[in-house]
Design a protein around this ligand. Sequence first.
Ligand code: 13P
Length: 344
Amino acid sequence: MSIQTELQETIDSLVRRGRGILAADESTPTITKRFQAVGIECTEASRRSYRELLLSTTGIGEFISGVILYEETLGQSASNGLRLAEIAQRQGIVPGIKVDKGTIDLANAPGDKITQGLDGLGERLKGYKEQGARFAKWREVYPITPANPTLLGITANAEVLARYAAICQSYGIVPIVEPEVLIDGDHTIERCEEVTEAAQNEVFAALKRHRVQLEAMLLKPSMVVAGKGHPPKASPDEVAKRTLRVLRRTVPAAVPSINFLSGGQTPEEATANLNAINTAHVNVPWLLSFSYARALQEPPMAIWKGKPENVAAAQEAFLHRARLNAAAQRGAYTPAMEKGSGAG
Ligand code: 13P
């Protein structure tokens, strides 16, 4: 199969109305923190059991078209001996892989970050592809302070995202390009909008410079929201208006789908905001969907607590959250649908 056909097939499988992406790619230090917060011991076995719980949820493939895995998970097998990636495939879910190696301080730009992992990326992609991965994810972060992100931060992060995306496509792997403007801080929603527009503008300039095929990538942005230290929270309509304005100004129509991260919003907020985005727009060229980690996983993880007897209830809560976000993708979510979750 040609690389072009491979990329197109993956895009066609991922970009489907009423479906979104599950981000289950927390690095070991991150999942350790999330497990500890709800009293689960973090071991290779507990991480495997938890991810098996998510991927083997009956019916989940109706709402989830792709899953982003962490390297460890891609190599793990479930209790029945099937590889976790294969369990996803059997549900009609395309396996993907987080390929960045996390952030460090960006030299000469105090307060800004840069993501590592480009060296040897092509070789790693070959291996991940053999294990079943068809798409990848790379996240750059943009902290907001009165001085950040700097112009250097914005240009350096965009350049790295574009290099990653170009490398992925040359190996027939669809890149998810994730510029995350962080919710930490007490900044206003106006400031978040300004930073998001500047960051995304530069990302698309870099993607074009690196000749990334826009038709064969997905954008995973943050929504435009105020800092979490700046209450009260904006209404879903306000978030939708500002988020859509920035997307229209910065994202070419050639990009097939925009899959938001949840970025510290509660599960209910992330669903309500996605729904508002999908009801506010008229004729946008992209599918507008989700690629949530916390907003899909918080309820099932809290219910599971690492105990086999809680697996069924946790799966019910996960399926419920996925169903609500799938409804939000179609603009068909109402808060009344929150009732009856297995989340208790
Ligand atoms: P959240 O939805 O929890 O923000 O995670 C999405 C993600 O993949 C971050 O890289």
